[in-house]
Structure formats: C-alpha cells, structure tokens
Design a protein around this ligand. Structure first.
Ligand SMILES: Cc1ncc(COP(=O)(O)O)c(C=O)c1O
Length: 401
C-alpha cells in the first residue's frame, strides 16, 4: 500500500530527479538477503537484484565485513600508488579469466569505453591508422556514455545526441552470415554479449559465439566480450564465455563483481593491453582500495566451486519450474537463459505484468520489448525459487491483466 508519506516522496522524486526512469509506486526502505522491504513494511522477493548486481543479496556478511574493515584502513588514494588491495583484485580477476592485465573503473559503461579505446590503440599500432571500425549487434546493450552508446543500436535512435562515433556496423545477433560482409581491413574489434541482456535475455548460440572467435582469429580482429551482466557467476560459470569454450581478447565486467558496490573493469590479453601507456587512459576513483577490497571479497565468494554449482542447480530448478508453469497455464510463450539469468515471454503486456508481480510481492525487470527478466541474487535457493514460482503462477493464472 502506498502511504501518504510515500506519495509525497515519490512526488518529490518526480520533481527533483532527472526524469530518466518511469518510477515505481513503492519506496524501498531496506534489504536483507533476497528480500527487500518497503517503507510500509511490505516484503518483496528480489528477482531483480539491482539488475544482476547483488550477487550476494542484501547486507551479506562478506560484503559488510569487507566494507567495514577497509573503511577503517584506507578508502581512497591516487591511482599511481600501489595498494595490496588493487594488486590482489587484479591478480584474482586476471587469473580467474586467464587474461593478462586488468583496469579497474566504476561502472559498466566505463569498462566498455576502456575496451573500445584499447582495441583502437592496438589496431592503430599493429594494423594501421585507418583501422578504427567496430562491429556490434542489433539489440545489443553496452551502456550510455558516447563510445558505449555508439555501439548500442537502440540508444542511437536519438538523433538529438548525434553524431555518434563513426565506423560502427550492426550485424544480426546469432547470424554469422550477417557479420562476414561487414569485415574489412578497417575493422579493429567485434563487441558482443554472450547473452544479450537488455535485448531480451537472448543467449548466443554456440555456433555463433565460437564462430565469432574464429572470424576474429582469421582476420586479426580483437574480440571484446561484454560480460557486464553475464559475468561473475551469473550463469553458473565465473564468466559466461566459459560456457562456450572460447576466450576473449578483451572482456568487460561490472555489476556482480562488487555485489552492489559501484565498480567495473576491463581485462585484456597482453597483445592488446600492452599499448596502454600513462596518459592514454585513467580514472580518479577506479581501483580505489575500498572498491578493490569489496570486489575481491564478493568475487572470491562467488568463484568458490560450491557457490557456482549452487547457482547452476538453482537456475536449472527455476527453469524447470517455469517450464512446468508453461505447460500448466498456456500463458508462457518462451523461456530462455542460463543459470540465474532468465527471460520469460508471456502472453501478457510486460508493462502490466511487472506491476501485478510487484503487488504480489515480487520484484523483477523488463528486458527487450516484452520479456520478463529474472536475475535474482546468486544466493537464491530452491525454496526461494518455489516462492517466486508461486507468485508468478498466481499472477499469470489469475490472468486479468
Ligand atoms: C551488457 C551490458 N553492458 C554494459 C552495461 C552498462 O553498465 P552501466 O550501467 O554500469 O554503465 C550494461 C548495463 O546494464 C550491460 O548490461
């Protein structure tokens, strides 16, 4: 129930905050584990997790311990100083991914910017000054800063913001034949999500992802894999590309790696990373000791084999339950995803489905034009899955949407 004081707050938010989101009619107050609580005391099962961010849920002891301990030690310093926290997290990420160098930043979009710049820098030195173009995919999402937006087809539909960076080609996702005609000596990198998240939770087919790797090898093109949504355990593997048996040249990360702390990173193989020199790139806050301590604590917890196995099992249990709901109700048209990154297409308008789910006490998000996206905290258990299925089942069985 929206209380009078909630209404006043929501109204103030409508006036004093940039109008970038359609606001919910709920004011959130606190979180605990996989649950969120509104200011009216109502409990919500969190199947959004800040859109695939809160790997360990809300207020996890590992997260809190890392923040509290590091706050008492050292929170921030200039990037040119070495700290044990930055060295440890860089070691952890590069070793987990079998890559050579890490750059730490504060968000996904920044990670994408760094990745695009690194690819162009490498190409300039090794392939010539003309080699600046990118191949990306329709329905991809890579962020909202200028480089990231330029490789995000949908975001480019605002002519007001143009000109975007030139030399960006859009191929069809899961269609290698649409990539080949775009290849030339001017293409420095292909950027791809292994599962298109914002685009509708659309997994890349093995032929497609492996085929892109082969194309990049054959044409000496840099393969940038954007794992900002899929990385850090989300699919039951530490990185989603491991499901395909390929390795990126550059990989972007954010979201889950800080478990709610604002962080991002890009990792690169030495062949590409070696051209970054002082002055070519940098960040004030990125890699600060506080962010590094939290990232190391959260990401190491997720990387434990038993943790990843649990994500895989719980994800499979969620999929099975949704498939059963599909056969029982005729209201579900398609279910896609891997691990705890699931997209569901229903016969209902997603704009009506999400508020109805919110009313029953479940928070989820939209992906693409019509998909329900379920990205709960990775600490979800089969009991939580059953609770989510009960709520989703209740709403779609009632059917008056
Ligand atoms: C695949 C992917 N890339 C990039 C981004 C941008 O990340 P951020 O919002 O942290 O800038 C997102 C965010 O949703 C994403 O899902």
């Amino acid at each position: 129930m929206t209380t009078d004081s909630d209404k006043i707050l929501i109204d103030r938010a409508r006036h004093n905050y940039m109008n970038v989101y359609t606001l919910q009619n709920v004011v959130l107050d606190r979180g605990e584990g996989v649950y969120l609580y509104g200011t009216d005391g109502k409990k919500y099962l969190d199947c959004a997790a800040g859109i695939a961010v809160l790997a360990l849920g809300h207020g996890h002891r590992v997260f809190k311990h890392a923040v509290q301990t590091q706050m008492d030690k050292l929170a921030m310093c200039t990037g040119s100083f070495v700290t044990s926290e930055k060295v440890a997290v860089s070691d952890f990420l590069t070793q987990s991914a079998h890559m050579d160098r890490a750059f730490l930043c504060n968000s996904g979009a920044e990670a994408v910017e760094g990745a695009l710049k690194t690819a162009r820098l490498w190409a300039h030195h090794e392939k010539g000054a003309q080699c600046k173009e990118f191949i990306t995919f329709k329905n991809a999402f890579h962020g909202r800063t200028y480089g990231a937006v330029s490789v995000t087809e949908k975001a480019r539909t605002y002519p007001e913001f143009g000109p975007y960076i030139p030399g960006v080609h859009f191929a069809e996702y899961n269609n290698l034949d649409s990539v080949r005609p775009l290849l030339s000596d001017n293409v420095c990198a292909i950027i791809v999500e292994t599962i298109q998240g914002e685009g509708g939770v659309l997994p890349g087919t093995p032929d497609f992802i492996v085929g892109l790797r082969q194309i990049c090898d054959e044409h000496n093109i840099c393969l940038i894999v954007d794992e900002i949504q899929t990385g850090i355990g989300r699919t039951g593997k530490m990185f989603c590309h491991q499901n395909y048996g390929i390795k990126p040249d550059i990989m972007t990360l954010a979201k889950g790696m800080g478990g709610g702390f604002p962080v991002g990173a890009f990792l690169a193989m030495e062949k590409f990373g070696k051209y970054i020199k002082p002055g070519t790139h940098g960040t004030t806050y990125g890699g600060n000791p506080l962010a590094c301590a939290v990232t190391l604590a959260v990401s190491s917890e997720v990387a434990k084999p038993e943790f990843l196995a649990q994500v895989k099992e719980t994800g499979a249990c969620f999929m099975d339950g949704l498939k059963k709901l599909k056969s029982d109700t005729n209201s579900i048209e398609d279910i896609r995803g891997k691990g705890l990154m699931i997209g569901v297409d229903t016969v209902y308008d997603i704009k009506k489905l999400l508020p109805a789910l919110l009313d029953t006490g479940l928070i989820a998000t939209q992906a693409g034009d019509r998909s329900l996206r379920l990205t709960p905290p990775l600490i979800f258990t089969p009991d939580h899955v059953n609770e989510a299925l009960d709520k989703i089942g209740h709403v779609i069985r009632k059917g008056d949407l």
